[in-house]
Structures are given as structure tokens and as C-alpha cells.
Design a protein. Structure first.
Length: 325
């Protein structure tokens, strides 16, 4: 059987040729549309039952996750939310109670994040439930933060902590491991998998001081490589500088192999960014209530990302990030 295309290869071969200037050749997390003295930032993500969430997950949490993964893309581009479109494909066994709880969760986040529902579509499907959201945001003219602006000498920074959601997914699949963790750590990791924290408060600081940014959705190792390729630079990062929560550290202490899961597993929805003055960006982020940690530096050279272990040797991973294909 011939090998299948990867997700990136599929997009590059079949869909990037369809993208105009506004679509940025599908090389970023969003499109950029002119709108007077500002720019409209457009992004879309889909969640499939059994792939991106468990069928038994609370419907309100599923709704919040579907919206928040899109808001995370807007945050990384330095955009403020304007509204969203919802497409919902419902299997035959949907119930009004499930849909009411889903709508209530969606309404709460739409209100809290200032991102109202603008329209969409609802259809039936013989397959698993699928939720697709397209979100629109606004960025001041010239303030869009792309993946492609990193320069040699820039600091590489990440917000929050890395790996919590990926480890939460591991716990969902391994109850025995979950039982070995303290209740507080177990609950924190499980919650991070259910509910991403879009870093919208960081958007103004990114617009002002970041040279490049993207959200970490598919795993830090692979996503830093994507940013390096887009910017045509190299990236060097230190594994021991990656910020891990106390809960993640507890899990890794039980099974050191989980560190690789934490840095490649995805679903973080933290912000990966670069800046000529990392300290200044960190200070602005701190004022916005978001912690940024410098994990490395952009370097001249081939567009790749190298993560160094405690001995200074390059770490190797069989799979650098999550892929749908």
C-alpha cells in the first residue's frame, strides 16, 4: 500500500494552491482580510467525537473546547475576538438534553470572551458527531503576528505550562496511572485536557513586541519546527527550561517516558512566540497576567528545531507532534 500523505503534505498539495494572498498560502493559523484601518483575522478548527473529545465528556465542556481552540489561534495572531460561525453535524442518537447543555456552555464562553455566534449550519450525520467553528477576530493595521517573522538572535518563549493536556489524555486512557497520582494533580491534568485556556490577554503584548507567534496545538517540539520552517531559521531550545506544572512533574516522576508525551502530545493551547527582547515581552505578558518562559533562541541556519537534553545532546523523538493522518 502506498504511504499516505501527512496532514501538512495534504494541505500543501491540494489546498494551498487555492489560497490567495488573504489566505497566506495556508502557511499560518489564520487568514488575514483587509477591513479599513484594521484587519480581520479568520480561523477554523473541527472537533470529532472519539478523536478530539470522548463521547461521554460533558457537553458544556465539549462546546467550550470547540470555541476555545479557535480563540487560541486568534490570541496567537494578536487579534481580539469578533464572533464565530458554528457547523454542527449530529448523529442519530442526539438528545435535546445534550444539545441544551452544549448550547449553555457555548453561550457562557461566548459571553465571557466577547465572541457571539454569527451563524452556521446544523446537519445530520451517520458518522460521529463533528463540531466545526470558524472564528473571526480583529487586529490593528500592521499588527498581525505571523509564524514567519522570527529572526536570528530572537528569544523563544512559551506561555503557561506545557504538556498538561497531553498528560490528561494519558490519564483518561490509563486509570491505573491516574490512581497513582495525587487527587489534586490528577484533577488538574484531566481539567486541562477538557478545557483549554486561550491566552487572549496576551494578544496586545504579542502585537507590540513579538516577531512571530503561533499557538501550541499539536505539540511543542513539532510546532516549534513549523515556526522555524515558516521563518526560514533554526531554533535551539533546552528541555530543562520548558515550564512544567507541579502536576506534570509528578506524573513524569512516576514515569519519565511521559516527558516525551508532554512535549510532543499537543492540546496545550499555550502561545509559542519569539521576540528580539524576550525580557520586555515577558514583562508585558506579566502585566497581562500571563507567565512567559524563555526556552531557547532562534539561530541562523537550516530551518529546524533542536531540543537539547541536560547533557547538551539533541533529543530525538519518533513522533514530534500529533497528526490527524
Amino acid at each position: 500500500m502506498p504511504s499516505r500523505l501527512t496532514e501538512d503534505e495534504l494541505i500543501a498539495k491540494f489546498f494551498a494552491p487555492l489560497a490567495g494572498t488573504a489566505g497566506l498560502n495556508l502557511a499560518d493559523d489564520a487568514a488575514l482580510l483587509p477591513a479599513g484601518n484594521a484587519k480581520i483575522v479568520a480561523t477554523a478548527d473541527a472537533l470529532v467525537s472519539g478523536v478530539h473529545f470522548f463521547p461521554a465528556d460533558p457537553p458544556g465542556c465539549v462546546a467550550r473546547k470547540a470555541l476555545r481552540v479557535n480563540l487560541s489561534d486568534l490570541a496567537a495572531k494578536g487579534a481580539a475576538p469578533m464572533g464565530f460561525l458554528l457547523t454542527l453535524a449530529l448523529p442519530a442518537d442526539w438528545t435535546e438534553d445534550w444539545l441544551a447543555a452544549f448550547a449553555a456552555g457555548l453561550a457562557e464562553d461566548a459571553r465571557d470572551y466577547g465572541c457571539p455566534l454569527l451563524g452556521g449550519d446544523t446537519v445530520a450525520t451517520p458518522g460521529p458527531m463533528t463540531i466545526s467553528i470558524a472564528a473571526l477576530g480583529e487586529a490593528p493595521q500592521g499588527a498581525f503576528v505571523s509564524r514567519a517573522g522570527a529572526n536570528a538572535g530572537d528569544a523563544i518563549l512559551v506561555s503557561g505550562t506545557i504538556g498538561d493536556a497531553a498528560l490528561g489524555l494519558v490519564l483518561r486512557r490509563d486509570p491505573a496511572l491516574a490512581a497513582r497520582l495525587s487527587p489534586a494533580s490528577r484533577d488538574e491534568l484531566l481539567d486541562r485536557y477538557l478545557l483549554p485556556r486561550p491566552r487572549l490577554s496576551l494578544a496586545p503584548a504579542l502585537r507590540h513586541a513579538a516577531s512571530a507567534a503561533m499557538d501550541v496545538s499539536d505539540g511543542l517540539v513539532g510546532d516549534l519546527e513549523k515556526l522555524a520552517r515558516a521563518s526560514s531559521v533554526g531554533a535551539r531550545a533546552a528541555l530543562d527550561r520548558i515550564p512544567l506544572s507541579a502536576a506534570a512533574r509528578e506524573a513524569v516522576a512516576l514515569d519519565p517516558a511521559l516527558l516525551a508525551v508532554a512535549v510532543t502530545g499537543g492540546d496545550d493551547y499555550e502561545i509559542l512566540c519569539c521576540a528580539a527582547d524576550g525580557a520586555a515581552l515577558s514583562a508585558e505578558a506579566r502585566d497581562a497576567g500571563v507567565a512567559l518562559t524563555q526556552i531557547g533562541e532562534i539561530v541562523a541556519g537550516p530551518p529546524d528545531a533542536v531540543f537539547l537534553d541536560s547533557r547538551g545532546a539533541p533529543a530525538t523523538y519518533g513522533k514530534k507532534s500529533y497528526s490527524h493522518f
